[in-house]
Design a protein around this ligand. Sequence first.
Ligand SMILES: [Zn+2]
Length: 468
Amino acid sequence: MKRICQLLFLSLLVAGCASKPQVKYVFYFIGDGMGVNEVIGTNLYNEANGLGNVNFTGFPVVNFITTVSANSLVTDSSAAGTALATGTKINNGVVGVDSDGNWTPNLTEWAHAAGFGTGVATSVGVNHATPASFVAHTASRNGYEEISIQMIDSPVDFMAGATFLTNRGSGHDAAYFEHKADSAGIAIFKGPGAIRAMDEIDYLKPRVLCLSAKEEDSIPYAIDRKEDDTRLADFTDAGIRYLESRFGKKGFFFMIEGGKVDYAGHGNDAATCFQEVNDMAESVDLALAFLARHPKETLILVTADHETGGLMLGSGRYEMHPDRLARQHASVDAVTDLFRDAFFPEGKPVKTPSWDAVKAFFNEQLGMWGDVEVSERVEKDLKDVYTRTFGKEGSSLVDANLYSVNYQLVADVIRALDRAAGYQWSFGSHSGSPVGLYVTGACAEEFNAVRDNAEIAPLIAKLAGYAK
Ligand SMILES: [Zn+2]
Protein backbone atom coordinates (compact mmCIF):
# COMPACT_ATOMS: atom_id res chain seq x y z
CA MET A 1 0.00 0.00 0.00
CA LYS A 2 2.82 2.33 1.00
CA ARG A 3 4.53 1.56 -2.33
CA ILE A 4 1.33 2.29 -4.28
CA CYS A 5 0.95 5.61 -2.45
CA GLN A 6 4.56 6.48 -3.25
CA LEU A 7 4.04 5.65 -6.92
CA LEU A 8 0.83 7.68 -7.01
CA PHE A 9 2.59 10.63 -5.39
CA LEU A 10 5.49 10.34 -7.84
CA SER A 11 3.21 10.19 -10.87
CA LEU A 12 1.30 13.23 -9.57
CA LEU A 13 4.62 15.07 -9.24
CA VAL A 14 5.59 14.15 -12.79
CA ALA A 15 2.16 15.10 -14.07
CA GLY A 16 2.54 18.40 -12.22
CA CYS A 17 5.85 19.07 -13.96
CA ALA A 18 4.30 18.43 -17.34
CA SER A 19 1.16 20.47 -16.76
CA LYS A 20 2.32 23.59 -14.93
CA PRO A 21 5.67 25.21 -14.14
CA GLN A 22 7.15 23.87 -10.90
CA VAL A 23 10.74 25.02 -11.03
CA LYS A 24 11.76 28.36 -9.50
CA TYR A 25 15.53 28.03 -9.29
CA VAL A 26 17.62 26.55 -12.11
CA PHE A 27 21.31 25.68 -11.88
CA TYR A 28 22.78 24.73 -15.25
CA PHE A 29 26.38 23.47 -15.01
CA ILE A 30 28.45 22.97 -18.14
CA GLY A 31 31.79 21.21 -17.95
CA ASP A 32 33.50 22.37 -21.13
CA GLY A 33 35.08 19.33 -22.78
CA MET A 34 33.80 17.06 -19.97
CA GLY A 35 32.98 13.86 -21.83
CA VAL A 36 31.74 10.68 -20.22
CA ASN A 37 35.29 9.28 -19.91
CA GLU A 38 36.52 12.49 -18.29
CA VAL A 39 33.84 12.03 -15.60
CA ILE A 40 34.29 8.29 -15.09
CA GLY A 41 38.07 8.80 -15.30
CA THR A 42 37.76 11.33 -12.47
CA ASN A 43 35.89 8.80 -10.32
CA LEU A 44 38.71 6.26 -10.89
CA TYR A 45 41.32 8.93 -10.08
CA ASN A 46 39.40 9.96 -6.95
CA GLU A 47 39.08 6.39 -5.74
CA ALA A 48 42.84 5.87 -6.15
CA ASN A 49 43.46 9.08 -4.19
CA GLY A 50 41.08 8.37 -1.33
CA LEU A 51 38.43 10.82 -2.57
CA GLY A 52 34.73 10.13 -3.11
CA ASN A 53 32.88 9.88 -6.41
CA VAL A 54 32.07 13.06 -8.30
CA ASN A 55 28.83 14.27 -6.69
CA PHE A 56 26.72 14.53 -9.84
CA THR A 57 27.45 10.95 -10.95
CA GLY A 58 25.08 9.96 -8.12
CA PHE A 59 22.19 12.12 -9.36
CA PRO A 60 18.88 10.29 -9.90
CA VAL A 61 18.86 11.03 -13.64
CA VAL A 62 21.99 10.12 -15.61
CA ASN A 63 21.57 10.23 -19.35
CA PHE A 64 23.58 10.61 -22.55
CA ILE A 65 23.15 13.31 -25.15
CA THR A 66 24.48 13.89 -28.64
CA THR A 67 26.29 17.12 -29.43
CA VAL A 68 26.40 17.59 -33.23
CA SER A 69 26.25 21.17 -34.54
CA ALA A 70 24.34 22.41 -37.62
CA ASN A 71 27.34 22.02 -39.92
CA SER A 72 29.51 19.37 -38.26
CA LEU A 73 29.32 16.06 -36.43
CA VAL A 74 32.09 17.44 -34.18
CA THR A 75 30.99 20.62 -32.46
CA ASP A 76 32.90 23.54 -30.99
CA SER A 77 31.97 25.28 -27.75
CA SER A 78 29.98 28.15 -29.27
CA ALA A 79 27.69 25.96 -31.39
CA ALA A 80 27.20 23.51 -28.50
CA GLY A 81 26.81 26.38 -26.01
CA THR A 82 24.15 27.91 -28.24
CA ALA A 83 22.30 24.57 -28.55
CA LEU A 84 22.41 24.21 -24.75
CA ALA A 85 21.30 27.84 -24.25
CA THR A 86 18.67 28.19 -26.98
CA GLY A 87 17.63 24.78 -28.27
CA THR A 88 18.74 25.75 -31.80
CA LYS A 89 21.54 24.04 -33.72
CA ILE A 90 23.88 26.54 -35.33
CA ASN A 91 27.23 26.41 -37.16
CA ASN A 92 30.57 25.98 -35.40
CA GLY A 93 32.28 29.21 -34.42
CA VAL A 94 29.03 31.23 -34.25
CA VAL A 95 27.37 32.54 -31.08
CA GLY A 96 23.56 32.76 -30.87
CA VAL A 97 22.87 33.29 -34.60
CA ASP A 98 21.30 30.62 -36.85
CA SER A 99 22.33 29.78 -40.42
CA ASP A 100 19.77 32.28 -41.80
CA GLY A 101 21.31 35.07 -39.74
CA ASN A 102 18.51 35.18 -37.16
CA TRP A 103 19.34 35.71 -33.49
CA THR A 104 18.39 32.65 -31.45
CA PRO A 105 16.75 33.68 -28.17
CA ASN A 106 18.37 32.09 -25.11
CA LEU A 107 17.51 31.00 -21.57
CA THR A 108 18.69 34.21 -19.87
CA GLU A 109 16.53 36.25 -22.27
CA TRP A 110 13.49 34.02 -21.72
CA ALA A 111 14.00 33.98 -17.94
CA HIS A 112 14.48 37.73 -17.75
CA ALA A 113 11.37 38.41 -19.85
CA ALA A 114 9.38 36.37 -17.33
CA GLY A 115 10.80 38.37 -14.39
CA PHE A 116 13.39 35.87 -13.16
CA GLY A 117 16.92 36.78 -12.08
CA THR A 118 19.71 35.61 -14.36
CA GLY A 119 23.39 34.80 -13.94
CA VAL A 120 26.36 33.36 -15.84
CA ALA A 121 29.72 32.38 -14.35
CA THR A 122 32.82 30.71 -15.75
CA SER A 123 36.39 29.88 -14.82
CA VAL A 124 37.60 31.25 -18.18
CA GLY A 125 37.09 34.68 -19.80
CA VAL A 126 33.69 36.13 -18.90
CA ASN A 127 33.03 36.63 -22.65
CA HIS A 128 34.38 33.22 -23.76
CA ALA A 129 32.22 30.98 -25.98
CA THR A 130 30.04 29.26 -23.36
CA PRO A 131 28.90 32.28 -21.27
CA ALA A 132 28.65 34.28 -24.51
CA SER A 133 26.21 31.67 -25.86
CA PHE A 134 23.85 32.43 -22.96
CA VAL A 135 23.94 36.20 -23.49
CA ALA A 136 25.25 37.33 -26.87
CA HIS A 137 24.66 36.98 -30.63
CA THR A 138 27.66 37.30 -32.94
CA ALA A 139 28.86 35.84 -36.22
CA SER A 140 32.14 34.81 -34.57
CA ARG A 141 32.99 33.53 -31.11
CA ASN A 142 36.27 35.45 -31.47
CA GLY A 143 34.49 38.79 -31.79
CA TYR A 144 35.30 39.49 -28.14
CA GLU A 145 34.75 43.24 -28.52
CA GLU A 146 31.17 42.81 -29.74
CA ILE A 147 30.43 40.06 -27.21
CA SER A 148 31.72 42.24 -24.34
CA ILE A 149 29.54 45.17 -25.39
CA GLN A 150 26.47 42.93 -25.76
CA MET A 151 27.09 41.39 -22.33
CA ILE A 152 27.45 44.82 -20.73
CA ASP A 153 24.28 46.02 -22.48
CA SER A 154 22.35 42.83 -21.65
CA PRO A 155 19.93 42.59 -18.73
CA VAL A 156 21.84 39.66 -17.13
CA ASP A 157 21.97 40.40 -13.39
CA PHE A 158 25.10 38.51 -12.36
CA MET A 159 28.18 37.80 -14.49
CA ALA A 160 31.50 36.30 -13.42
CA GLY A 161 34.70 35.16 -15.10
CA ALA A 162 38.44 35.67 -15.17
CA THR A 163 38.50 38.82 -17.28
CA PHE A 164 37.22 40.36 -20.52
CA LEU A 165 39.08 38.69 -23.40
CA THR A 166 39.98 41.28 -26.04
CA ASN A 167 40.97 41.33 -29.70
CA ARG A 168 44.55 42.17 -30.49
CA GLY A 169 44.86 45.33 -32.52
CA SER A 170 41.52 46.72 -31.32
CA GLY A 171 43.31 49.16 -29.03
CA HIS A 172 41.06 48.09 -26.16
CA ASP A 173 42.22 46.14 -23.12
CA ALA A 174 40.23 44.44 -20.36
CA ALA A 175 40.31 47.65 -18.28
CA TYR A 176 38.48 49.45 -21.12
CA PHE A 177 35.55 47.03 -20.84
CA GLU A 178 35.59 47.12 -17.03
CA HIS A 179 35.27 50.89 -17.33
CA LYS A 180 32.37 50.45 -19.78
CA ALA A 181 30.68 48.04 -17.35
CA ASP A 182 31.19 50.47 -14.51
CA SER A 183 29.70 53.31 -16.59
CA ALA A 184 26.69 51.08 -17.33
CA GLY A 185 26.04 50.91 -13.57
CA ILE A 186 27.38 47.40 -13.02
CA ALA A 187 29.05 46.90 -9.63
CA ILE A 188 32.44 45.19 -10.06
CA PHE A 189 34.12 42.90 -7.50
CA LYS A 190 37.63 41.66 -8.24
CA GLY A 191 39.47 38.83 -6.54
CA PRO A 192 38.46 36.36 -3.83
CA GLY A 193 38.68 38.89 -0.97
CA ALA A 194 36.24 41.38 -2.53
CA ILE A 195 33.97 38.65 -3.87
CA ARG A 196 33.68 36.82 -0.55
CA ALA A 197 33.07 40.13 1.28
CA MET A 198 29.99 40.98 -0.84
CA ASP A 199 27.17 41.77 1.59
CA GLU A 200 23.53 42.90 1.87
CA ILE A 201 24.34 46.39 0.57
CA ASP A 202 26.02 44.89 -2.51
CA TYR A 203 23.05 42.61 -3.11
CA LEU A 204 20.96 45.74 -3.71
CA LYS A 205 23.07 46.72 -6.75
CA PRO A 206 21.09 46.42 -9.97
CA ARG A 207 23.81 44.31 -11.65
CA VAL A 208 27.03 42.65 -10.49
CA LEU A 209 30.21 41.56 -12.28
CA CYS A 210 32.84 39.42 -10.51
CA LEU A 211 36.31 39.09 -12.01
CA SER A 212 39.68 37.66 -11.07
CA ALA A 213 42.00 40.25 -9.51
CA LYS A 214 44.95 39.09 -11.59
CA GLU A 215 45.69 39.75 -15.24
CA GLU A 216 44.70 36.34 -16.59
CA ASP A 217 42.51 35.02 -19.37
CA SER A 218 41.32 32.18 -17.16
CA ILE A 219 41.62 31.47 -13.45
CA PRO A 220 44.45 29.02 -12.69
CA TYR A 221 43.90 25.29 -12.90
CA ALA A 222 42.79 23.81 -9.57
CA ILE A 223 45.97 21.66 -9.56
CA ASP A 224 48.14 24.85 -9.72
CA ARG A 225 46.02 27.00 -7.40
CA LYS A 226 47.62 29.40 -4.95
CA GLU A 227 46.05 30.76 -1.78
CA ASP A 228 45.09 34.14 -3.29
CA ASP A 229 43.69 32.79 -6.56
CA THR A 230 40.01 33.21 -7.36
CA ARG A 231 38.08 29.94 -7.53
CA LEU A 232 35.05 29.01 -9.60
CA ALA A 233 33.34 28.30 -6.26
CA ASP A 234 33.87 31.98 -5.28
CA PHE A 235 31.90 33.02 -8.37
CA THR A 236 29.22 30.38 -7.77
CA ASP A 237 28.81 31.26 -4.11
CA ALA A 238 28.62 35.01 -4.84
CA GLY A 239 26.10 34.37 -7.62
CA ILE A 240 23.87 32.29 -5.36
CA ARG A 241 23.97 34.88 -2.56
CA TYR A 242 23.25 37.77 -4.93
CA LEU A 243 20.53 36.06 -6.97
CA GLU A 244 18.81 34.61 -3.89
CA SER A 245 18.84 37.96 -2.15
CA ARG A 246 17.40 39.83 -5.14
CA PHE A 247 15.24 37.15 -6.74
CA GLY A 248 14.54 34.72 -3.90
CA LYS A 249 10.80 35.34 -4.21
CA LYS A 250 10.44 35.06 -7.98
CA GLY A 251 13.34 32.69 -8.76
CA PHE A 252 16.43 32.69 -10.96
CA PHE A 253 18.38 30.97 -13.72
CA PHE A 254 22.12 30.49 -13.16
CA MET A 255 24.58 28.96 -15.67
CA ILE A 256 27.99 27.96 -14.29
CA GLU A 257 30.78 26.74 -16.57
CA GLY A 258 33.81 24.68 -15.56
CA GLY A 259 35.72 26.03 -18.54
CA LYS A 260 39.13 24.46 -18.07
CA VAL A 261 38.28 20.76 -18.24
CA ASP A 262 38.50 21.56 -21.96
CA TYR A 263 41.88 23.30 -21.63
CA ALA A 264 43.36 20.24 -19.90
CA GLY A 265 41.86 18.04 -22.63
CA HIS A 266 43.45 20.17 -25.35
CA GLY A 267 46.74 19.83 -23.40
CA ASN A 268 46.31 16.03 -22.93
CA ASP A 269 46.83 16.27 -19.17
CA ALA A 270 44.70 13.78 -17.24
CA ALA A 271 45.42 14.68 -13.58
CA THR A 272 44.79 18.36 -14.36
CA CYS A 273 41.61 17.48 -16.23
CA PHE A 274 40.27 15.35 -13.35
CA GLN A 275 41.00 18.05 -10.80
CA GLU A 276 39.04 20.50 -12.98
CA VAL A 277 36.06 18.11 -12.93
CA ASN A 278 36.39 17.95 -9.12
CA ASP A 279 36.65 21.73 -9.02
CA MET A 280 33.36 22.16 -10.86
CA ALA A 281 31.83 19.56 -8.53
CA GLU A 282 32.75 21.88 -5.65
CA SER A 283 30.42 24.46 -7.20
CA VAL A 284 27.79 21.76 -7.72
CA ASP A 285 28.02 21.17 -3.94
CA LEU A 286 26.97 24.79 -3.38
CA ALA A 287 23.94 24.25 -5.61
CA LEU A 288 23.14 21.04 -3.71
CA ALA A 289 23.20 23.00 -0.43
CA PHE A 290 20.73 25.43 -2.03
CA LEU A 291 18.58 22.50 -3.19
CA ALA A 292 18.52 21.19 0.40
CA ARG A 293 17.01 24.54 1.47
CA HIS A 294 14.53 24.69 -1.46
CA PRO A 295 13.96 21.03 -2.34
CA LYS A 296 10.65 21.35 -4.19
CA GLU A 297 11.58 24.27 -6.42
CA THR A 298 15.23 23.77 -7.37
CA LEU A 299 16.43 21.99 -10.50
CA ILE A 300 20.14 21.19 -10.98
CA LEU A 301 21.51 20.05 -14.33
CA VAL A 302 25.11 19.13 -15.09
CA THR A 303 26.24 18.45 -18.64
CA ALA A 304 28.98 19.22 -21.14
CA ASP A 305 29.18 20.93 -24.50
CA HIS A 306 31.40 18.19 -25.99
CA GLU A 307 34.30 15.88 -25.20
CA THR A 308 37.90 17.06 -25.68
CA GLY A 309 40.99 14.99 -26.41
CA GLY A 310 39.38 11.64 -27.24
CA LEU A 311 40.23 10.32 -23.78
CA MET A 312 40.24 6.53 -23.49
CA LEU A 313 39.94 4.55 -20.29
CA GLY A 314 42.62 1.95 -20.91
CA SER A 315 45.82 2.32 -22.89
CA GLY A 316 46.17 -0.98 -24.69
CA ARG A 317 46.32 -3.46 -21.83
CA TYR A 318 43.60 -5.03 -19.75
CA GLU A 319 44.51 -2.91 -16.73
CA MET A 320 44.51 0.64 -15.38
CA HIS A 321 46.54 2.24 -12.58
CA PRO A 322 44.94 5.61 -11.74
CA ASP A 323 47.04 5.69 -8.52
CA ARG A 324 50.07 6.47 -10.72
CA LEU A 325 48.75 10.03 -11.20
CA ALA A 326 49.00 10.70 -7.47
CA ARG A 327 52.43 12.36 -7.60
CA GLN A 328 51.44 14.96 -10.24
CA HIS A 329 50.83 18.26 -8.43
CA ALA A 330 51.15 20.71 -11.32
CA SER A 331 49.62 21.06 -14.79
CA VAL A 332 51.55 20.56 -18.03
CA ASP A 333 51.70 24.39 -18.28
CA ALA A 334 53.14 24.76 -14.77
CA VAL A 335 55.63 21.89 -15.25
CA THR A 336 56.75 23.68 -18.44
CA ASP A 337 57.45 26.80 -16.36
CA LEU A 338 59.44 24.74 -13.83
CA PHE A 339 61.33 23.01 -16.65
CA ARG A 340 62.21 26.40 -18.16
CA ASP A 341 63.42 27.69 -14.77
CA ALA A 342 65.51 24.56 -14.24
CA PHE A 343 67.09 24.14 -17.68
CA PHE A 344 66.48 27.28 -19.80
CA PRO A 345 66.83 30.10 -17.27
CA GLU A 346 68.14 32.60 -19.85
CA GLY A 347 66.01 31.37 -22.73
CA LYS A 348 68.73 28.90 -23.67
CA PRO A 349 70.31 26.14 -21.62
CA VAL A 350 73.14 27.21 -19.32
CA LYS A 351 74.67 23.85 -20.08
CA THR A 352 73.20 20.63 -21.34
CA PRO A 353 71.88 18.68 -18.35
CA SER A 354 72.48 14.95 -18.22
CA TRP A 355 69.61 12.62 -19.08
CA ASP A 356 69.73 11.48 -15.45
CA ALA A 357 69.28 15.08 -14.24
CA VAL A 358 66.24 15.49 -16.52
CA LYS A 359 64.82 12.17 -15.31
CA ALA A 360 65.35 13.31 -11.70
CA PHE A 361 63.37 16.50 -12.52
CA PHE A 362 60.41 14.48 -13.86
CA ASN A 363 60.63 12.10 -10.93
CA GLU A 364 60.30 15.01 -8.53
CA GLN A 365 57.44 16.70 -10.44
CA LEU A 366 55.47 13.67 -11.62
CA GLY A 367 56.82 10.48 -10.06
CA MET A 368 58.12 9.25 -13.45
CA TRP A 369 61.20 7.02 -13.06
CA GLY A 370 60.27 6.87 -9.38
CA ASP A 371 56.93 5.45 -8.26
CA VAL A 372 56.06 5.07 -11.94
CA GLU A 373 58.37 2.75 -13.84
CA VAL A 374 59.22 3.68 -17.42
CA SER A 375 59.69 0.92 -19.99
CA GLU A 376 62.82 0.82 -22.16
CA ARG A 377 60.82 1.58 -25.31
CA VAL A 378 59.10 4.63 -23.78
CA GLU A 379 62.39 5.85 -22.30
CA LYS A 380 64.07 5.58 -25.72
CA ASP A 381 61.37 7.77 -27.33
CA LEU A 382 61.57 10.34 -24.52
CA LYS A 383 65.36 10.37 -24.61
CA ASP A 384 65.22 11.16 -28.35
CA VAL A 385 63.07 14.21 -27.57
CA TYR A 386 65.52 15.16 -24.78
CA THR A 387 68.43 15.00 -27.25
CA ARG A 388 66.58 17.25 -29.70
CA THR A 389 65.47 19.63 -26.92
CA PHE A 390 69.07 20.25 -25.89
CA GLY A 391 70.34 20.11 -29.47
CA LYS A 392 69.76 22.46 -32.38
CA GLU A 393 65.98 22.70 -32.02
CA GLY A 394 66.29 23.77 -28.37
CA SER A 395 63.31 25.52 -26.82
CA SER A 396 61.60 25.75 -30.22
CA LEU A 397 60.69 22.07 -29.88
CA VAL A 398 57.23 22.69 -28.51
CA ASP A 399 53.84 21.05 -28.16
CA ALA A 400 51.32 23.78 -29.00
CA ASN A 401 47.70 23.20 -28.06
CA LEU A 402 44.75 25.57 -28.42
CA TYR A 403 45.45 27.32 -25.10
CA SER A 404 49.13 26.88 -24.29
CA VAL A 405 52.56 26.13 -25.69
CA ASN A 406 54.65 23.63 -23.74
CA TYR A 407 58.01 21.95 -24.16
CA GLN A 408 57.53 18.88 -26.32
CA LEU A 409 59.44 16.84 -23.73
CA VAL A 410 57.21 17.95 -20.85
CA ALA A 411 54.02 17.26 -22.82
CA ASP A 412 55.33 13.86 -23.95
CA VAL A 413 56.38 12.82 -20.43
CA ILE A 414 52.89 13.70 -19.13
CA ARG A 415 51.26 11.73 -21.97
CA ALA A 416 53.54 8.79 -21.06
CA LEU A 417 52.53 9.11 -17.41
CA ASP A 418 48.83 9.16 -18.40
CA ARG A 419 49.35 6.03 -20.53
CA ALA A 420 51.15 4.29 -17.63
CA ALA A 421 48.12 5.13 -15.48
CA GLY A 422 45.83 3.69 -18.16
CA TYR A 423 44.57 6.93 -19.73
CA GLN A 424 45.18 7.37 -23.46
CA TRP A 425 44.54 10.64 -25.30
CA SER A 426 43.65 10.40 -29.00
CA PHE A 427 44.36 14.00 -30.10
CA GLY A 428 44.32 17.61 -28.94
CA SER A 429 40.90 18.65 -30.24
CA HIS A 430 37.23 17.87 -29.73
CA SER A 431 35.55 14.54 -30.40
CA GLY A 432 31.98 13.79 -31.41
CA SER A 433 31.43 11.43 -28.48
CA PRO A 434 28.18 11.84 -26.57
CA VAL A 435 28.31 13.57 -23.18
CA GLY A 436 26.51 12.94 -19.91
CA LEU A 437 23.43 14.76 -18.62
CA TYR A 438 23.08 14.50 -14.84
CA VAL A 439 19.95 15.93 -13.24
CA THR A 440 18.53 16.21 -9.74
CA GLY A 441 15.86 18.20 -7.92
CA ALA A 442 12.40 19.30 -8.97
CA CYS A 443 11.14 17.66 -12.19
CA ALA A 444 14.50 15.94 -12.78
CA GLU A 445 12.73 12.84 -14.23
CA GLU A 446 11.54 14.94 -17.17
CA PHE A 447 15.10 14.83 -18.49
CA ASN A 448 15.08 11.04 -18.80
CA ALA A 449 13.67 11.47 -22.29
CA VAL A 450 16.30 13.96 -23.50
CA ARG A 451 18.63 12.57 -26.19
CA ASP A 452 20.27 15.64 -27.73
CA ASN A 453 21.74 18.90 -26.41
CA ALA A 454 19.13 21.02 -28.23
CA GLU A 455 16.28 19.45 -26.23
CA ILE A 456 17.41 20.76 -22.84
CA ALA A 457 16.80 24.53 -23.08
CA PRO A 458 13.15 24.33 -24.24
CA LEU A 459 12.44 21.79 -21.49
CA ILE A 460 13.97 24.04 -18.80
CA ALA A 461 11.93 26.97 -20.14
CA LYS A 462 8.75 24.90 -19.99
CA LEU A 463 9.37 23.55 -16.47
CA ALA A 464 10.28 26.99 -15.09
CA GLY A 465 7.55 28.89 -16.96
CA TYR A 466 9.86 31.22 -18.89
CA ALA A 467 8.38 33.47 -21.56
CA LYS A 468 9.46 32.13 -24.95
ZN1 LIG B 1 37.81 23.20 -26.70
